[in-house]
Design a protein around this ligand. Structure first.
Ligand SMILES: Nc1ncnc2c1ncn2[C@@H]1O[C@H](COP(=O)(O)OP(=O)(O)OP(=O)(O)O)[C@@H](O)[C@H]1O
Length: 741
């Protein structure tokens, strides 16, 4: 089995213990009738369903740069068929819909948020707005190295590209992983993920913080967290409202079946809404709130010790307390609120805290505000103050997202599971720009452009918000004014992309499926196959209709969102130029096991001297590899382990792919339609959607005329029997009517 298939056999994910603890205890001891629902809600909100990680690491990296438009038509009749109907300019089609057109609502909210902020943090810069962003997709922009123009033998070119890859950080990293194929690359770091999840508590930390505050333990750190969380909740709602039902997995904490979260949220939100819960004077606290609160179980429980040692039953007590006593809940709010506003994090503090709590606060060393260097608009770095903990939160366009754990690392990015202030779960993709070359940075920005273009397409992962922190860098990239395209980004700068959250990717689904099948005499369920294959085709059809070639189709790039597969990762996607149906690239792209022959030989010349280009058929090949893997549990070239072995066999037109016999011959036929070596022989998606495997032919109706004829024979055989003759005649007449004759 290939390592990439081995990598699929990952241990099942476990929920972070720190998150599961109170839930489990609650389950066992809570008297609330709605506890099971509550647990489900909590689990849904906090549990990472499956590790999502990069499954295929034998990736050869792209050089994320724009290629000058290739306008010369192909001269080969067998290579790149010109399709005049496809003619649309990439730069114009994308530019019309790209970064410039950042939602006005988003702008409004981001500027509002920026106004609220007491700092001028580069990470809170509004979304990129530039009159020159058009240039991002401008044909004039050509940061390319010139090797692409030089025809040379494919293998030599490939080496050359690898050499270039060693200069290009993104390529070299991928090539390294590709050549070494280390299992490390392929493993999901369960330990890291779990540690992350434990370290960074989500909403549960609010409950925990409250408990800590009330008990007087961990006051300082709790205050810090509470202050951050207050700011978190104080910000404008995230853009999920824009998305409607198609947005990320949403866990409503306002559900009636989730009283604990409801209560918690009310308490938390009251911190930021002084009108909702009037901040009492110190005397009020002493006279009313505190005594009633002291009577509750929660205070007793909290006295047991700091949070980590605190029995989970304390949490349960607090839950039932909150469920059953709304007035006490408000009192609880006031008790918590006072120290909250006294913390150094609260910029809008208006009330004084009770002395004892203030003492607790001041006796603890305050966590100093984190400082970091961020890029200013002039491209220089200056220390900036943050009023949130960057280990716990991300800030995108002034909105905070709390980290729930790391989902995975792509070739170029980190992806985190986050929760917004309105308690919606998202994936946040963070790309560090520092140290990358400008052309690579350009490619990253292009992904935003594609996702914006594909906004509203239900089978494409939706971009909720984004921010490029270093505007000057980006402008330089987008203007194409970089003096040295190979120069590297020196200043700190990040691209943040807030994305719809996917629960599991197809790679993990497949690995699970094949674990079930292996060892049994079962084969893959054809209906399961049809269901997801159709969705895969439809998703890719969506981008092909938008004249985008994905170029890195693989199971890990299809995410399951509410039961449907959605396409992700347009990091190396390319749009098709206006006068050709193919695109030309400066290097091989894609993930090795799914790469088409032409992707290996991109920009080389074929036997007729025509430049080999990658277009939509290249994606179809990758789809064929995915289907093959779905059917057989391994990719078609899994037996060829090394890069060169794969390269050799995939680029060999005479190599015959092995198709083991299947009960449904249409399935083999379908794979062959996708995996035709000659890209012009491969079917297109509209045809594939009509393939007999998906749309089985209906057996022809038995012909009426033959039945009528049969009846005539019967009548004749009975000779002169009038009754039989009459009956047969009636029968024939009826059949004629039914048959529409
Ligand atoms: N919206 C999302 N929801 C859940 N998980 C996601 C999401 N986007 C990405 N991921 C996870 O993060 C991983 C890396 O994401 P992505 O593929 O976008 O990054 P990349 O840097 O472009 O990676 P690649 O090396 O494949 O180019 C994915 O394989 C997937 O497991």
């Amino acid at each position: 089995m290939d390592k990439e298939e081995e990598a699929n056999n990952l241990p099942p994910d476990k929920p972070p213990k720190s998150l599961a603890r109170p839930i489990l205890n609650h389950e066992s001891s809570s008297s609330s009738s709605s506890s099971p629902e509550l647990i489900r809600h909590l689990q849904a909100a906090f549990k990472r369903h499956r590790p999502l990680n990069k499954m295929q690491t034998t990736t050869i990296g792209p050089r994320r740069s724009v290629v000058a438009p290739q306008r010369q038509p192909s001269r080969s009749s067998t290579s790149d068929v010109q399709r005049p109907q496809d003619v649309v300019s990439l730069s114009h089609s994308l530019a019309a819909n790209t970064l410039l057109t950042h939602d006005s609502t988003n702008l409004a909210s981001s500027s509002a948020a920026a106004g609220e902020s007491t700092e001028n943090n580069a990470s809170t810069t509004p979304p990129l707005i530039s009159g020159t962003v058009d240039n991002m997709f401008n044909d004039n922009y050509n940061p390319q190295v010139s090797h692409m123009d030089l025809p040379k033998p494919a293998s030599a070119s490939l080496r050359n590209n690898l050499d270039i890859g060693s200069r290009d950080e993104s390529v070299s990293r991928k090539v390294q992983s590709l050549v070494t194929v280390t299992s490390n690359d392929m493993e999901w770091d369960a330990a890291t993920n779990q540690a992350e999840a434990s370290k960074h508590q989500n909403l549960q930390s609010v409950v925990d913080s409250e408990i800590s505050l009330k008990s007087g333990y961990k006051v300082s750190s709790s205050l810090a967290k509470m202050g951050e969380f207050r700011n978190f909740l104080n910000q404008p709602a995230s853009q999920c409202s824009v998305m409607g039902s198609s947005c990320a997995t949403t866990t409503s904490i306002h559900s009636s079946s989730a009283p604990m979260l409801n209560a918690t949220t009310q308490v938390s939100r009251s911190y930021v809404d002084p009108h909702a819960v009037p901040v009492p004077s110190q005397g009020n606290l002493a006279s009313s709130s505190r005594p009633s609160f002291k009577d509750s179980n929660v205070l007793q429980a909290n006295k047991d010790g700091p949070l980590p040692e605190m029995p989970a039953s304390a949490v349960v007590s607090e839950v039932s307390f909150k469920e059953t006593n709304i007035s006490k809940q408000q009192q609880c709010t006031t008790v918590v609120e006072a120290p909250m506003v006294s913390s150094t994090h609260g910029s809008d503090a208006t009330a004084r805290a009770p002395d004892d709590l203030l003492t607790s606060v001041s006796s603890q060393p305050q966590k100093p505000d984190k400082q970091e260097k961020v890029a200013t608009s002039k491209g220089t770095s200056a220390p900036r103050k943050r009023n949130y903990d960057p280990d716990l939160f991300f800030k995108v366009n002034g909105k905070l997202y709390q980290r729930l754990g790391k989902i995975g690392s792509g070739g170029s990015s980190e992806v985190h599971k986050v929760i917004s202030s309105d308690c919606t779960i998202y994936a946040l993709k963070k790309i560090k720009l520092k140290g990358r070359d400008y052309a690579t940075a350009y490619g990253f920005c292009q992904e935003i452009g594609y996702l914006k273009k594909l906004k509203g397409k239900t089978n494409i992962i939706q971009l909720i918000d984004y921010e490029v922190t270093d505007k000057s860098l980006l402008q330089e990239v987008l203007n194409g004014t970089m003096s040295n395209k190979d120069a590297r980004v020196k200043d700190d700068g990040f691209i943040y992309m807030v994305l719809e959250y996917g629960e599991i990717d197809l790679a993990h689904m497949l690995s699970q499926k094949w674990k079930e099948i292996e060892g049994s005499d079962r084969t893959i369920d054809e209906n399961w196959l049809r269901f997801y294959w159709q969705q895969i085709l439809q998703a890719v059809n969506t981008i092909h209709e938008e004249r985008i070639v994905h170029s890195d189709l693989k199971p890990a790039n299809f995410l399951l969102v509410r039961g449907f597969l959605k396409l992700i990762d347009f990091g190396i996607a390319k749009a098709i130029n206006s006068d050709t149906t193919n695109i030309q690239r400066d290097s091989q792209v894609g993930t090795l096991s799914y790469m088409s022959p032409e992707a290996f030989m991109c920009n080389e010349s074929d036997e007729n001297g025509n430049v080999i280009k990658c277009g939509r058929p290249s994606d179809i090949w990758s789809l064929g590899c995915i289907l093959y893997q779905m059917v057989y549990g391994r990719t078609p070239f899994a037996d060829y382990k090394t890069f060169w072995a794969k390269f050799k066999v995939i680029t060999d037109p005479n190599h015959e792919i092995t198709y083991n016999q299947l009960s449904n011959p249409w399935l083999v036929d379908l794979m062959k339609k996708c995996l035709a070596w000659d890209r012009n022989q491969r079917w297109r998606i509209p045809e594939l959607l009509q393939h007999p495997f998906l749309a089985p032919p209906i057996p022809p109706e038995p012909r009426v005329s033959s039945s009528i004829q049969l009846i005539s024979h019967i009548a004749e055989s009975f000779g002169s029997d009038d009754r039989v003759s009459e009956l047969c005649a009636q029968l024939q007449a009826r059949l004629r009517v039914l048959g529409g004759e």
